[in-house]
Design a protein around this ligand. Structure first.
Ligand code: ACO
Length: 331
């Protein structure tokens, strides 16, 4: 089978207006701006207002993307949403976004890869273009983490934010490389360190599950940190080695934004110039599936990237899931 090359042709993001600083948490929790910043690199994050769902953030980002690309929603073939905070179990967030933007000719589905959700979705979406069966695939990473984080748990609630990022995938032109390679991994034995036990088949919602706070993120931060440092650094290194790309040929390294110290460890390991690393964790914290497309969208807005620049994306998240994508920027 003759596979087509795939490229990103448009990118956009949306963050809710409401800013919550570390200082704001000092009012309700035994924490401090200093502690949060020193341990994570986070200064502030954005939170949605009550009643605003993941599909709304994703739809706003997507409408802007369609305008930027100059196409109509009806031209989209497929919508894939990486998220762990769907508006509801079903219908899928992809269907809700389809309705909100009027993408009448697209089908779609949600993909659960936690912080690696966007990379999993990007790799999945690119297969539909490569196979030649689809021409315009929307890949969204979006999460409203405030819906699953315990506002009374200082060990988790300060780490996350809400947001959405989106890219459009289309067939590359002759001579364009587009998405060059991806390496995706999973290790289910890591599930015990980062999970949300309530709401699924094993612990359906009840007064008891709510009382036991089972509908919130539970994590062993130290273990997640340890595996994330190793996983993200190794997979980023691996994709460069596999493709014989020297680190100084990479124009932009876009790591998942979970903790500045995790990012720094990966950057040290890869020997990449820190000036070529996308960092916005200070402004938006960890928006789970949205961090990478938000970084890409900011890089496009700031004109950091030009056609032909090499970009490495890398993630690590619950599952454990992790991975890396190597691409040539073709916009
Ligand atoms: N403010 C003040 N003190 C706090 C806070 C807080 N917000 N949170 C925890 N502490 C306390 C702890 O209770 C502990 O106190 P103790 O020593 O009296 O028990 C102390 O600070 C040290 O806690 P540690 O957990 O050892 O702190 P650590 O340096 O490991 O940092 C952190 C914690 C930031 C959570 C870190 O482990 C981390 O980032 N882990 C990765 C988790 C993550 O990123 N998860 C996101 C999802 S997965 C992903 O995106 C990769």
């Amino acid at each position: 089978m003759n596979l087509r090359r795939t490229k990103i042709t448009a990118v956009s993001h949306y963050l809710p207006e409401r800013r919550v600083t570390n200082k704001d948490f000092e009012k309700t929790l035994d924490t401090s701006d200093q502690w949060i910043f020193d341990r994570t690199g986070i200064r502030e994050r954005r939170f949605v207002e009550k009643g605003v769902g993941t599909s709304s953030l994703a739809a706003i980002a997507t409408k802007q993307l369609l305008e930027r690309r100059g196409i109509k929603a009806g031209e989209l073939d497929l919508i894939i949403v990486g998220t762990v905070t769907p508006d509801m179990f079903f219908p899928s967030t992809a269907c809700l976004v389809q309705e909100k933007i009027g993408a009448k000719n697209a089908w779609g589905f949600d993909l659960s890869g936690a912080c690696s959700g966007f990379l999993y979705a990007l790799a999945t979406g690119s297969q539909f273009i490569a196979a030649g069966t689809h021409k315009k695939v929307l890949v969204i990473g979006a999460d409203v983490m405030t819906s699953i984080v315990d506002p009374e748990d200082r060990t988790t609630c300060v780490l996350f934010g809400d947001g959405a990022g989106v890219v459009l995938l289309e067939p590359a032109e002759d001579g364009e490389k587009g998405i060059i390679d991806f390496i995706l991994k999973a290790d289910g034995s890591g599930g015990q360190f980062l999970y949300m036990p309530g709401g699924g088949r094993l612990n359906p919602a009840s007064a008891e599950t709510v009382k036991k706070k089972m509908h919130f993120v539970h994590q062993d931060g130290k273990n997640v940190f340890k595996y994330a440092v190793r996983g993200m650094a190794e997979v980023s290194h691996e994709i460069l080695e596999k493709n014989a790309i020297p680190p100084d040929s990479v124009r932009l390294y876009v790591p998942h934004q979970a903790n500045l110290r995790i990012i720094q460890a990966a950057v040290d390991r890869m020997k990449i110039d820190p000036a070529r690393v996308a960092i916005n964790i200070d402004k938006f914290a960890n928006t789970t599936a949205a961090t990478i497309p938000i970084c890409l969208s900011e890089a496009a807005e700031n004109k950091t990237l030009k056609k032909g620049d090499l970009v490495v994306l890398a993630s690590f998240g619950a599952g454990f899931t992790w991975g890396s994508v190597l691409l040539s920027w073709e916009m």
